[in-house]
Design a protein around this ligand. Structure first.
Ligand code: FES
Length: 259
């Protein structure tokens, strides 16, 4: 669906400092890890991962970090937004013993995969990381699944004191996982990629997007891989050839910006 469907916001929840979930009725089938293009009337259209997947209800969870997210953040119940999608490939949920690492708002992207695998009796470990405890969210949601949860904060205000990458290193030194699935700051994901040993690895990348479905070329990484079509989830076999992974991204004019 390449035209926005206008939906009414049916619920808004404060999740953490400057972070909200917005729910709306939307019946299109969505795979965990896919994203929507969200149109905020009179402001902008931006990509956003789907954070809740129910047959008729979907949601997005986001931090207020710029003009578009600020406008979205200030919307109220019954206000209208436009939804296009879902777009992108989503995660391949393979293996029985999976380590998920969500850094910052990255947990919003991976939470639906954790819930789905939990229903399928997979062995799941989750690292939920943030800079500080006020920025943590979805802790209770993950606790309702069968996952073993580790919380970590950079400043030690809750859980393990240190970076999610350090905690991952400690866990994978003791235990072998079939697969690592991650979403969060790209430098964190790049470090995890380097530490992954021989485990399968999937990371969800974020790039500036315009069309969202493969025609404008705005979101390309590596040798012409479109994050909106071939991604946003890439595995280790692709990431090892993506030279810009963890190095640079492009702004709306196509100019390179250091990550
Ligand atoms: S946003 Fe247009 S090709 Fe990806």
């Amino acid at each position: 669906m390449n035209y926005p469907k206008i939906v009414k916001i049916i619920e808004i929840k404060n999740e953490a400092k400057n972070t909200k979930t917005i729910k709306f009725k939307y019946s299109e089938k969505v795979k965990p890890g896919q994203f929507f293009m969200i149109w905020i009337p009179d402001v902008d259209e931006i990509p956003m991962s789907v954070s809740y997947i129910d047959k008729r209800i979907k949601a997005i969870t986001f931090r207020n970090i710029g003009d578009a997210t600020n406008a979205l953040y200030n919307l109220k119940k019954d206000d209208k937004i436009g939804i296009r999608g879902p777009y992108g490939n989503g995660f391949k949920l393979i293996g029985n013993n999976i380590l998920f690492i969500g850094g910052g708002t990255g947990i919003a992207t991976i939470a639906p995969s954790i819930e789905l695998l939990s229903k399928n009796n997979a062995i799941i470990t989750v690292i939920l990381g943030a800079k500080t405890k006020n920025e943590l969210f979805f802790e209770q949601r993950i606790k309702k699944t069968s996952a073993k949860l580790y919380v970590c904060t950079d400043d030690g205000s809750k859980g393990y004191h240190g970076l999610a990458t350090d905690l991952t290193e400690e866990l994978i030194a003791k235990k072998n996982y079939d697969s690592i699935i991650t979403c969060g700051p790209e430098l964190m994901m790049k470090k995890l990629f380097e530490k992954r040993k021989k485990m399968n690895f999937q990371a969800s990348l974020e790039r500036f997007m315009k069309c969202g479905f493969g025609i404008c070329g705005q979101c390309c990484v590596g040798d012409g891989l479109r994050v909106c079509v071939e991604g946003p989830v890439f595995d280790e076999n692709i990431l090892k050839y993506v030279k810009d992974f963890g190095i640079f991204k492009r702004d709306s004019s196509g100019k390179k910006i250091k990550i």
